[in-house]
Write a protein of this length. Sequence first.
Length: 110
Amino acid sequence: MQHWIYLGIAITAEVVATSALKASDGFTQLLPSTLVIVGYATAFYFLALTLRSIPVGVAYAVWSGLGIVLVSVIASLLYGQKLDLPAVIGMALIIAGVVVMQLFSRTTGH
């Protein structure tokens, strides 16, 4: 179970870092730039810990899938990015793929 907590921390840190990337304005703004650097360092550290127990393909699928959805939602809220119906459907399919992997795949490390 601990490896899933590590993956959750990695995903959260990556989402914070990616969300701050736009606000960093090409690394010209100190606080957002610091969030980007610390966020990515934290994300990769915890992803590395995750990979001790979860296969890399599975970890990366969960990481990228949830990251895409969370960053898109945050970008919508913070930056006014509009999500049209095809984008929402696509993200729903990503979430469905992660759920199918977790429920039915024997390669997820549980």
